[in-house]
Design a protein around this ligand. Structure first.
Ligand code: OGA
Ligand code: MN
Length: 281
């Protein structure tokens, strides 16, 4: 069966057909699908009934799996254990405590792990249980945002770096230094993707605190305009999940967000990430 990439929207995302994630891939298959990933930024594999081992092996087709720090007691319902490289994203609660990370509701646009020096290059999310509506994941094409940015705004940000944090509130209050308990990193505001050679926006509304070496008032104004531009629906794809979808996204050139969903409904996803190969430049 030929491997096909069917675009999901005009500027980002493709559904891959003709591959089986339950089996090991040969080198030619890996190369072909990796090429589709670089072209489309986000790949969707539908109707994949995977064991945890198969999910981890599927992630491994795209690079080295990242090790995770997570509470050892988290267990997905129906599984007796959770493999080391898998994180749960879930709002399901046991004794009132969510069994997974990022449990509830809406999330603003972000790049995963932008607050560390060597961000993970890719993320895989696999749906087990999905709510009746909402909890959609949005993806924005960061190349497109860079290429279409009004010249005056782009010129002001070109060559600049920004600070990013997992906990923006705390970083905003500090000066970006001397707040040791806040995990943060600084990266170029436009990142050149090391494999495609293309530039993409590399900042986001959820995590980016301030532009380095710029007056905060001026910086905040530029950031507000840059966030608005980057999130233009014209280059956003909104994914409506079905159970057993696997999505893979490239954190080097895309960002993602989540829409709200009903509190009383269950959402359960398995998540893996792929280590970065280089420091962002
Ligand atoms: C993530 C994430 C979005 C979602 O796992 O990094 O942003 O739809 N998830 O749960
Ligand atoms: Mn995320």
């Amino acid at each position: 069966m030929a491997i096909e990439a069917i675009p999901l929207s005009k500027h980002i995302g493709a559904e891959i057909r003709g591959v089986d994630l339950t089996k090991p891939w040969d080198e030619a298959t890996k190369k072909k699908v990796y090429g589709f990933w670089l072209d489309h930024l986000v790949l969707l594999f539908r109707g994949q009934e995977l064991t945890q081992e198969q999910f981890v092996a599927s992630t491994g087709n795209f690079g080295r799996l990242a090790k995770l720090i997570r509470p050892a007691e988290f267990r997905p319902p129906g599984y007796s254990r959770l493999l080391d490289n898998i994180m749960l994203i879930s709002n399901i609660r046991e004794n009132g405590i969510p069994i997974g990370a990022l449990p509830d509701g809406e999330m603003w646009f972000h790049h995963d792990m932008l607050h560390v020096e060597m961000p993970h290059k890719g993320t895989c999310l696999y749906s087990v249980e999905v709510p009746s509506h909402g909890g959609n994941t949005l993806f924005a094409n960061g190349y497109r945002a860079y290429e279409t940015m009004p010249k005056d705004l782009r010129d002001k940000l070109e060559g600049k770096r920004a600070f990013h944090s997992y906990n923006l509130g705390e970083l905003k209050r500090g000066d970006g230094k001397g707040v040791p308990h806040v995990k943060q990193a600084s990266h170029p505001m436009f990142r050149t993707h090391e494999e495609t050679g293309r530039k993409a926006v590399y900042f986001n509304r959820l995590m980016t605190a301030r532009i380095e070496g710029m007056d905060p008032e001026e910086g905040d104004k530029l950031l507000a305009a840059a966030f608005d531009h980057s999130e233009n629906p014209e280059w956003v794809y909104e994914h409506v999940w079905r159970p057993h979808d696997l999505l893979l996204w490239d954190n080097r050139c895309s960002m993602h967000a989540r829409t709200d969903f009903p509190e009383g409904e269950r959402r359960l996803m398995l998540r893996t990430t792929i280590e970065g190969d280089v420091r962002p430049t």
